[in-house]
Design a protein around this ligand. Structure first.
Ligand code: ZN
Ligand code: ZN
Length: 582
């Protein structure tokens, strides 16, 4: 522990006690508004607190200011928090009308329970609390959410109110500003505003529908991804979405990951499941014939859509879904080739990360867990090889001890909010499926299999990308790259001529032909975060020029159409990351 850390822990602790005290005050406020309220629990959490209530009606955001006002009153009256002890019998009488508290009392092993009282409100609580309500700092109630009692979907759904609390008004204001910023970047909000994707209750939660504009971004990324993989010696393959359950029994997925798999469906008396990963299809392709050591490494890549069960409570926009497309590949190689292959994947990963404009990542090497497949020698050799590959490229990494998957060690490149590339060595599947090659010695040897994704999944990656650029995609990714804005109807012909010429060069361009003012049209293009706006009026038509406006509101000097095209071409082919504005 370094000097000053103890003090920091004390500070954190004090804040936590204050936040938990604020939860009690909120409960008192709710009780004063809803005398028949039943109380769940109300802990401190990061930056704030919550409390779960069973109330006679659903809360709306309009209720929050009323509860806040009541809380402010209680805080201003500075009533003390008083600790009391009671036998369980006494506590049961006290909480006779509080079924959730009764349940908690039954679970306390001690004979006596502790109670905290402030004003008219008394709660079953271990404490500690601040000495009086006046010590509660600046707070704000943020939101209302449904929460099952004890997180169990078979128990009643309670209403949870979330709040934040800080020592000072300034600290609270700063935190709210950060939340506001994050909300403006939220990919779910931008996805709606920019018309990129949707998720439908009718189709099921966690299942993404890509709209034309979102699909453009995804397609451009996929094309780039495929081209880059082909350049680097990968073969693109396609495998089916369902396969016989027996295959997943052989692989061990049915045994180890059953909780994440969808129930089997019956086809002609055979059980099939929808695939949770792409690995097995690639193994089957590999095994259609014998391979000599001279053919290795083989690298099979697939943008493979998989489905995994996630509880509906944890689903979140594009970043936590039930169906997603992995940018997957499997490398089949000899052990001696493993280091070069890992170097190749790391190099590709770095190239992609850089191209998409990400930085600030952490690299982790996860080592052998307690439960593992394969021999310790294999694990040691593979772990050493992974670390050697990173040393060769000068990659700084940390060890994540015991966090490898049961089938082999792995490298993870992690970003804030984006899982990033992973590289996993696998000793298990090659053995289970007898995946081999014929060596120089004419004998059969087990291949080393590497699972790897660079972007992770298209869904999660797009979520990060949207938030990273706040929806203002670099021009090579933008759904619409150029908007042509005629000043009046008489400039339409010229506008369409520019559009046709740009289209023929593969540029994503549109004319805003609405009979709206130029300002309105510019505003719309700005809201749609279109990188370039070409405003054309009398002067431009006569001189065959364009007046270029950027979404940063920057106005470039009027220029010839050819010079604009040249600039645009460079921005697209060089994959220029931004136009000075997000
Ligand atoms: Zn408490
Ligand atoms: Zn795999």
């Amino acid at each position: 522990m370094v000097l000053g850390e103890e003090q920091q822990i004390d500070e954190d602790n004090k804040l936590e006690v204050m936040r938990h005290s604020a939860a009690h005050v909120m409960a008192e406020a709710v009780q004063s508004i809803f005398p028949e309220a039943k109380f769940g629990i109300g802990p401190a959490i990061e930056n704030g607190f919550y409390y779960d209530f069973d109330l006679p009606r659903s809360l709306t955001p309009d209720d929050l200011p009323l509860i806040e006002a009541k809380m402010a009153e209680i805080i201003a009256s500075n009533v003390p928090f008083v600790r009391d002890e009671a036998t369980k019998e006494e506590a049961r009488r006290l909480f006779a009308a509080q079924p959730y508290k009764l349940e908690l009392i039954d679970e306390i092993p001690d004979e006596k329970v502790s109670l905290y009282r402030q004003g008219l409100f008394v709660d079953l609580c271990r404490g500690p609390h601040v000495s009086s309500t006046g010590e509660i700092g600046a707070f704000k109630l943020l939101s209302i959410a449904g929460a099952y009692w004890r997180g169990d979907e078979h128990r009643p759904m309670l209403q949870r109110i979330y709040g934040v609390a800080f020592d000072t008004k300034e600290a609270l204001a700063e935190h709210l500003k950060k939340l506001d910023e994050a909300a403006r970047r939220d990919h779910r909000k931008l996805g709606r505003e920019l018309d990129l994707f949707s998720i439908h209750e009718e189709a099921g939660p966690g299942l993404v529908h890509w709209h034309p504009k979102g699909a453009v971004v995804r397609r451009v990324i996929e094309d780039f991804w495929k081209d880059e993989h082909i350049k680097r010696g990968y073969d693109i393959v396609y495998t089916p979405h369902i396969a016989k359950l027996d295959l997943w029994r052989t692989s061990g997925h049915w045994e180890f990951y059953r909780d994440y798999l969808y129930s089997p469906m019956e086809v002609e008396g055979q059980e099939y499941i929808i695939k949770p990963m792409n690995c097995l299809g690639h193994i089957l392709i590999y095994k259609t014939r014998q391979h000599s050591y001279r053919e290795l490494p083989l690298r099979y890549a697939e943008l493979g859509t998989v489905y995994r069960y996630e509880r509906s409570g944890v689903l979140h926009g594009l970043s936590r879904v039930r169906g997603f497309t992995q940018d997957d590949a499997h490398i089949f190689c000899r052990f001696e080739q493993l280091e070069d292959e890992v170097v190749g994947v790391l190099d590709l990963a770095r190239f992609m990360i850089d191209t998409f404009g990400f930085s600030d990542y952490k690299v982790l090497l996860s080592t052998r867990p307690d439960k593992y497949a394969g021999t310790i020698e294999d694990w040691d050799k593979a772990t050493e090889t992974l670390s050697q590959a990173m040393i060769r490229l000068g990659v700084d990494y940390d060890i994540d001890p015991g966090e490898g998957v049961f089938y082999g060690p792995k490298i993870d490149i992690k970003f804030e909010g984006w899982q990033g590339p992973t590289i996993q060595v696998d000793f298990n599947l090659p053995q289970r499926f007898n995946v081999t090659y014929i060596g120089e010695d004419s004998q059969e040897h087990s291949v080393v299999m590497v699972h790897r994704t660079v972007l992770g999944s298209m869904e999660r990656f797009l979520a990060s990308l949207i938030e990273h650029y706040r929806g203002a995609f670099p021009v090579w990714l933008a759904p619409l790259q150029v908007k042509v804005i005629p000043v009046a109807d008489r400039h339409l012909d010229y506008a369409y001529k520019l559009e046709a010429e740009l289209k023929s060069e593969g540029v994503r361009v549109e004319v805003d032909a609405r009979s709206e003012t130029v300002n309105r049209k510019i505003r719309q293009a700005q809201l749609d975060k279109v990188p370039y706006m070409l405003v054309v009026g009398d002067r431009e038509v006569t001189a065959s020029t364009v007046s270029v406006r950027l979404r940063s509101r920057e106005q470039l000097t009027s220029q010839s159409f050819d010079s604009f095209k040249e600039m645009l071409r460079t921005a697209i082919t060089d994959r220029v990351k931004e136009l000075g504005w997000q």
